[in-house]
Design a protein around this ligand. Structure first.
Ligand code: ZN
Length: 485
């Protein structure tokens, strides 16, 4: 082949790639794109790489065709054909958040009042429009749905996001909850035994679910059947447990436990095998001093069985710590009824709870910290449910702030919300930290969260596969909709 012909082929190939990169995104998605070019250089930016290493000031991060290709000493770079240069002095770049308890639904309590009374049944309406946009706007580039109520919606959303038709993060779609009778939510399945559990795992794995979640009223036999079936297919299973204790689940082979140490029931008075206890774990947590022999034993068991733990501090904050800060942008995202419910649920409690919530909160923070320090894999996700006071994206940022309150340094807290999730998903070769060769899933933040953790809220641009999305534009598109669709 002549040199001229090689050049011609190269030009054709290059333009084909460039075209593919732009036409892959629908008009719907393109309206949120603020940065796209074959080569993008983020100059003079502070890098928090997601490994827990200290932040490094004044770096250049080079992105080419969706991948990070270099991280170098900061310097000026000239714009040229096909290269976009951003001057990011005063900004920080961190890996995209890997959210590990990121539902796509809202919780609706019919006729909620200021005394927290509401009518049955409690519903979880799917937020297929607002949630993916809010997650992406908040810096989440990969998420596990961790239980779903509209499986076909979730599976189709994943497909449409991956195809560039809709905006949103990469998704690990969790199958419908594996739950027995007696659930708090009417939309969940009511398992009839181990064979039913096995069939459900196969049914949803065949249809594209890539993870599973057991719920509060599953029996040990059903859980065991589901875990074994999921593992046969190379898939993982997590649980928000109650009927099964943490140690029992670890021994059965569970991969992850949701809600930190809040829902372990092993020391709850009157706990019967296979039955959810009345305290739903509060009594156990109240007794579990983070440095006690009991706590050390539990932590060692979890580590020995390679069980990860997902911290979901935002969903417990209002209960355990006190009212979370009101963020105007979060209220702006909500539909009027959701905003009203949010404030109703923040009214002072008339009856004090049986177990002191402040004690639970203190033990929870301590146990999460001790678990991670002992070598356990701690993950993070907001669980956007609660009293409607945890909202996608905003909740992910709040989770990082609360991990810092638990004693982690800011860069450690960021690692929990990024690289640790990638490790659990088996995707840490591609995502979760800032390194040459990895996917360009990055969050550009104004300020310095390594010094002031609250700066994680100042998200400006979110890169997913090297395409930069304007966080504000995504938020504006959701204004007044969260809670509706
Ligand atoms: Zn949840």
């Amino acid at each position: 082949m002549s040199a001229r012909r090689i050049l011609w082929v190269a030009v054709v190939l290059f333009s084909a790639l460039a075209v593919a990169q732009t036409t892959a995104l629908s008009k719907e998605v393109q309206q949120f794109v603020s940065v796209t070019a074959p080569k993008i250089v983020l100059t003079h930016v502070r890098v928090i790489d997601g490994t827990g290493a200290p932040a490094v000031d004044d770096q250049n991060v080079v992105i080419e065709k969706g991948k990070i290709t270099a991280i170098e000493k900061g310097g000026d770079v000239g714009e040229s054909q096909g290269t976009r240069v951003l001057d990011l002095r005063g900004h920080t770049v961190m890996p995209g958040i890997v959210g590990m308890h990121n539902h796509l639904y809202y919780v609706a309590r019919p006729n909620l009042d200021s005394q927290r009374h509401y009518d049955q049944p409690v519903l979880v309406p799917e937020m297929a429009f607002s949630s993916p946009r809010l997650y992406l706007a908040g810096g989440v580039t990969t998420m596990r749905t961790t239980g779903c109520v509209e499986p076909y919606t979730d599976l189709n959303l994943k497909q449409d996001i991956d195809a560039g038709k809709l905006p949103g993060p990469h998704m690990d779609v969790t199958a419908p909850y594996l739950e027995g009778p007696g659930s708090y939510f009417i939309q969940m399945m009511r398992l009839t035994g181990p064979e039913d559990a096995r069939q459900n795992v196969d049914f949803w794995a065949d249809r594209g679910a890539t993870s599973f979640k057991a719920y509060m009223n599953i029996t040990r036999a059903e859980l065991k059947a589901a875990i074994d079936e999921a593992h046969k297919r190379g898939l993982k299973l997590t649980g928000h447990l109650c009927s099964v204790t943490y140690k029992e689940a670890a021994e059965l082979g569970i991969d992850d436990l949701e809600h930190g140490f809040f829902v372990n029931t092993e020391l709850d008075p009157g706990k019967k095998p296979d039955v959810c206890s009345e305290d739903q774990g509060n009594a156990t947590l109240a007794q579990m001093e983070p440095n006690s022999a009991e706590a050390k034993d539990l932590i060692q068991t979890l580590i020995q069985y390679h069980v990860a733990v997902t911290s979901t501090l935002p969903v417990f904050e209002e209960y355990g710590k006190g009212l979370s800060p009101v963020r105007q942008q979060m209220l702006d995202a909500m539909m009027p009824q959701a905003r009203e419910d949010y404030f109703l649920a923040r009214q002072p409690r008339t009856k004090p709870p049986k177990i002191d919530p402040a004690l639970l909160w203190k033990h929870e923070l301590g146990l999460e910290y001790e678990f991670a320090k002992a070598g356990g894999l701690l993950l993070s996700g907001p669980d956007p449910t609660g009293a409607g006071d945890v909202v996608p994206g905003f909740g992910d940022q709040r989770g990082i702030e609360l991990l810092a309150e638990a004693g982690f340094t800011p860069v450690e807290a960021i690692r929990i919300a990024t690289l640790n999730g990638a490790i659990f998903l088996g995707r840490d070769q591609q995502i979760g930290s800032i390194a040459a060769g990895k996917d360009a899933d990055l969050v550009v933040i104004k300020g310095d969260p390594s010094q002031k953790i609250g700066d994680v809220e100042n998200v400006e641009i979110v890169f997913k596969d090297g395409v930069g999305y304007d966080s504000q534009k995504l938020l504006e598109s959701v204004r007044g909709r969260y809670g509706q669709y």
